[in-house]
Write a protein that binds this ligand. Sequence first.
Ligand SMILES: Cc1cc2nc3c(=O)[nH]c(=O)nc-3n(C[C@H](O)[C@H](O)[C@H](O)COP(=O)(O)OP(=O)(O)OC[C@H]3O[C@@H](n4cnc5c(N)ncnc54)[C@H](O)[C@@H]3O)c2cc1C
Length: 402
Amino acid sequence: MSTDFDVLVVGAGIQGAGAAEALAKAGYRVVILEQLGIAAATSSRSSKLIHGGLRYLESGQFQLVYECLRERRWLLENKPQLVRMVPFYIPVYRYSKRPAWLVRLGLTLYALLSGVTSGYSRFRALRKSEWDHLSGLSTDDLVAVYRYYDAQTDDAALTRNVIESAITQGAQLICPGSLVGAELTAHGVRVDYVADGQLNTLRTRALVNCSGPWVESTNARCTPALPLPPIDLVAGTHILLPLSLGEKIFYVEAEDGRAVFVMPWRGKTLVGTTERSYCGDPRDVVPTIDEEGYLLRTLQRYFPQTRSLQDQDILDSFAGLRVLPKMEQSPFARPRETLLCCDNDKAPRILAVAGGKLTSYRVTAHRIVKKLRPTLEAAESPDGELIARSAKSSLSEKERNL
Ligand SMILES: Cc1cc2nc3c(=O)[nH]c(=O)nc-3n(C[C@H](O)[C@H](O)[C@H](O)COP(=O)(O)OP(=O)(O)OC[C@H]3O[C@@H](n4cnc5c(N)ncnc54)[C@H](O)[C@@H]3O)c2cc1C
């Protein structure tokens, strides 16, 4: 029995977009199923940074930082209309948890990981005479201010751009369309989904579950369900305030020592993020009053001119959900690598993606193509069994261009 598609990707967040683009570029017939809208969930509620993540050095995630910095460079060079470098400022106060020497050490390592010849790695301590030009940053007890560079994007626009590229490469998008069930058959995967109020069925050779915080519920709709590692959903909130602090990002410590970003966003100021365990339907995640208060206090601690702002001055706030491995450690210290899980290592039919970063979506997509290649490059016998077939050379070349 022939299939309608080679791969069904569930979810049009950045991971689904990246997977669909890479698979379509590699010459496969791809369909994307999205229940809400492109980037309607986590991929429009991030901190909007394309970065290695300076703070992940504290938890020893060097490979992740290196990979993300390499991706940052690729995105800056290939999507300059969506990703741009911004100066970041780290003020160190007498009471800061991270002393100046530690910040300098972290920045040195960050520069080395980003490649000192890349031109994106420069950092320095500002002279005291420059402190007055930092958008009103408090100088009481200030010991040092470091400046380095990292990148900012519009996460939703980036996701839309990658979906458009996937469509240009031949992928189809069903949106809104919601997965109801998927069953492994002798010939591939039979998928039931609802679109336009109708129950439909399609057949595909493989299914990739990129449903972000819904990864477990989508997995539960698959037969057989994959043995996913235990995960936690951790909510993160941002608030938007009606003032501009210039085209600078400030990397400050909140009252509990967590790193918080104060960022320019469409002429206003975005402050985030928080970390709070979340149980429940991912559709229902919203900022709490406590989170909004915590972020406003963090801003006011460093920018005295904002101390008159009240809760009601917050223009907007939004919350997103991180998918992190369940562990004893605080969310702050948990690994941010992407987990890939599949039904069968040799020729997977069902693949689930959990966690990961906006920045590294292409790395994840490349891993997905590699995992699925044995399944998609095999011909099928009339009874549906896979017969190994050598890869078409043009496919490998396209994949090299990812
Ligand atoms: C607060 C916060 C800040 C972050 N900041 C950064 C940052 O600055 N830089 C960075 O690199 N990363 C950041 N991240 C991480 C990054 O945002 C996420 O890794 C990324 O957006 C996840 O994308 P996704 O495609 O996996 O999930 P999502 O964007 O959530 O997409 C999943 C999609 O699947 C769809 N779906 C689910 N179930 C079904 C179904 N049954 N049928 C059809 N569709 C379905 C959903 O509707 C949704 O659109 C941050 C994350 C959070 C939470």
